[in-house]
Design a protein around this ligand. Sequence first.
Ligand code: NAP
Length: 249
Amino acid sequence: MRRLPTVLVLGGTTEATTLIEALAPRIGRDLDVVVSFAGRTTRPTAPAGTVRIGGFGGVDGLAEYLSSTPVDVAVDALHPFAAVMPCNAAEACRAVGVDLLRLQRPSWSTTDGDDWAPVADMSEASAEVALRSPQRVLLTIGRQELDPFRPIVGPTFLVRSIEPPDLDGAWAAVSILDRGPFHLEGERDLLARESVDLLVTKNSGGTATAAKLTAARELGVPVVMVERPPKPPVPTVSSVDEAIAWIDE
Ligand code: NAP
């Protein structure tokens, strides 16, 4: 039987899911799709294609996987804050001659009335918080990167996350469990009700969690914005249509 060209999608994002949904009718007809998840969530699912779960074992492991499967083209549809895998993918694809595309939603950018302090990482974000001596800080950075904030005494931190965070530390911290998408009315209400005077967030981009930035602008709440980690330069698109055009080429 003729082997169909195989597309490897490095997933874990809405963009990956949307791309796979768009490719689904073609699977088995003119291409095959393998979706790879890191395995951070239990039983990740994809709308179609073959699912594989877990790390490849660094650059060498991924290069070996690309050659043996074999993979014809790869799409990095990883989260904008995944820092290691985009580098591994670029290096392994270059080593074995597989074309790689990055499908990534655009960053958020400021508009009139925004008061953002851009910082490179969580440690810079925590230094910025300590410098400003706020009273009530809303942290919307997930629950995995809270350590730099735990020693900060003074403000109360409202930690919003999908799953319960570990709030140990010298800080005063309160958990808010919630899952997006978030809407403007709710975000406005949260900032006002909780008297938030500083918001710390990651520049994830996209629409699902952007309303907090509009609410912050309206209420004059400054934002410490953690920028995305640096990535190796590879061809990059921001829409699924562009990604499909690239795959077909
Ligand atoms: P990372 O720091 O870039 O990657 C760490 C290691 O996890 C990689 O070296 C690789 O292990 C493995 N890995 C990552 N993505 C993989 C994938 N799609 N398939 C197979 N192995 C993968 O990534 P991370 O920040 O831990 O994120 C892990 C996953 O969660 C990614 O799929 C990402 O898109 C998603 N995610 C991340 C964030 C975030 O804020 N970082 C938010 C939402 C979703 P080996 O070296 O062994 O291959």
